[in-house]
Design a binder for this molecule. Structure first.
Ligand code: NAP
Ligand code: GLV
Length: 312
C-alpha cells in the first residue's frame, strides 16, 4: 500500500507546528509543504487554508481535504475543486470564545457609546449621554451555527433582546428564531444592531448590501465578522454616510488586506480590524485535525463534514 502523504498549503499559517504535530502523532505519515509537493501521485490528504486553483484536482490519489479554518469558501472558490472528495472544516477548535468576544465587544462598544466617549476624551470634554437598558436594544445575529448561537446566547444573557436568522429554525433560550427568505425581512426590521457571522455561499455573497441596510430600523450598528464576500463595500459606506448605519465594526473585507485606498480606513463611523476576530491561540485546531485525520483513516466519520450542496 502506498505511503500516506499529507500536503499542507496555506498563505497565512506557519507550517512548522503542523509538521511537528504529524511527526509526533503520526510518524508513519509523510508531510509535504506546498509548493514542494513532489510527485502528485503520492498525495493522499490535503490540509489547506488556500492552495492555487487546480492543484487539488491534479492529485489522483487524494482521499480527503481538511480545512485549516472554520470557513471553507477560500478552498471551494477553486472552480476545479474536486467536489466528490470529502471536505472537513474546523468546528469551534478554540475559535468560538474569540468570535463571541469580538461580537460582544462590537455590540457593547456601540451600545455604551464608547466611540463618542473616546472622541470626548480627545477633546477633554466631560459630558454624559443617557443610558439605554439592554432590554430596549434589539440585536439580530445572522448565522446561528457554532459561533452565532453562542453569540446570541451570551447577548441574551446580558439582557439584550436577541433574534437569530438561519436557514432552518433554531431553538436557543432567550433568542427569537427567524429562518430562510420568509423570515428575513421581519428579522431585519427588528435588528437595531446586526451581527453577521454567516458562512460565505452562493446565497450569502453580497448580502450586506443596500437592500439589506434599507430594511434595518436605521441609525443602528453593524458588527461583521463573517466573510469579506458578504460585504458590498460601496453600500456599507453609503449606509454610514447617510446615517442608515451609525457605526460598523468590520473584521473581514472583499479584498484582504483592505486596500490603502479604501475609504473605510478613515471613515469616522467605521472600526476596521484585520481578520482577527478569531485566530488559533492554542493547540485546539491541531487536536481536532489529527483526531479527524485518524477517524477518517479508521473509516469513522470525522466532525465538520461540509455539505457542498448548501455550501457550508
Ligand atoms: P456553521 O456552524 O456552519 O453555521 C452557519 C450558520 O449560518 C448556520 O446557522 C446556517 O443555518 C446559517 N446559514 C448558512 N447559509 C444560510 C442562508 N443562506 N440563510 C440563512 N442562514 C444561513 O458555521 P460557524 O462555524 O458558525 O462559522 C461561520 C462563519 O464564521 C465561517 O463560515 C467563517 O466564514 C466565519 N469565520 C470568521 C472568522 C474571523 O476571524 N472573522 C473566523 C472563523 C470563522 P442552519 O443552522 O440552518 O444550517
Ligand atoms: C477564519 O476565518 C476561519 O475560517 O477559521
Amino acid at each position: 500500500m502506498p505511503k500516506t502523504t499529507v500536503l499542507f498549503a496555506s498563505n497565512i499559517d506557519d507550517p512548522a507546528p503542523w509538521k511537528a504535530l504529524f511527526a509526533r502523532e503520526r510518524p508513519d505519515v509523510e508531510f509535504r509543504i506546498w509548493p514542494e509537493m513532489g510527485d502528485a501521485n503520492d498525495i493522499t490528504h490535503a490540509l489547506v487554508w488556500r492552495i492555487p486553483n487546480g492543484v487539488l484536482k491534479s492529485l489522483p490519489n487524494l482521499r480527503a481535504v481538511f480545512s485549516l479554518g472554520a470557513g471553507i469558501d477560500q478552498i471551494v472558490v477553486d472552480p476545479d475543486f474536486p467536489r466528490e472528495k470529502p471536505l472537513f472544516r474546523l468546528v469551534d477548535a478554540g475559535l468560538r470564545e474569540q468570535m463571541t468576544e469580538y461580537a460582544l465587544y462590537g455590540v457593547l462598544h456601540w451600545h455604551r457609546r464608547m466611540r463618542d466617549y473616546a472622541a470626548q476624551q480627545a477633546a477633554q470634554q466631560w459630558k454624559m449621554h443617557p443610558a439605554v437598558h439592554p432590554s430596549k436594544r434589539s440585536v439580530g445575529v445572522m448565522g446561528m451555527g457554532v459561533f452565532g448561537s453562542d453569540i446570541a446566547c451570551k447577548l441574551a444573557s446580558l439582557g439584550f433582546e436577541v433574534s437569530g436568522w438561519s436557514r432552518t429554525p433554531k431553538s436557543v433560550d432567550g433568542v427569537t428564531s427567524f429562518a430562510g427568505e420568509k423570515g428575513f425581512s421581519s428579522f431585519l426590521a427588528r435588528s437595531e444592531i446586526l451581527v453577521n457571522v454567516l458562512p460565505l455561499t452562493d446565497e450569502t455573497r453580497g448580502i450586506l448590501s443596500t437592500r439589506l441596510f434599507d430594511q434595518l430600523p436605521g441609525g443602528g450598528a453593524l458588527v461583521h465578522l463573517g466573510r469579506g464576500g458578504h460585504l458590498v463595500e460601496a453600500d456599507v459606506i453609503a449606509a454610514l454616510d447617510t446615517g442608515k448605519l451609525d457605526f460598523a465594526m468590520m473584521d473581514v473585507f472583499p479584498t484582504e488586506p483592505l486596500p490603502a485606498v479604501s475609504p473605510l480606513w478613515t471613515h469616522p463611523r467605521a472600526f476596521v480590524t484585520p481578520h482577527i476576530a478569531a485566530q488559533p491561540v492554542d493547540d485546539a485546531a491541531e487536536k481536532l485535525v489529527i483526531e479527524n485525520f485518524n477517524r477518517f483513516e479508521r473509516g469513522e466519520e470525522p466532525v465538520g463534514r461540509v455539505d457542498l450542496s448548501v455550501g457550508y
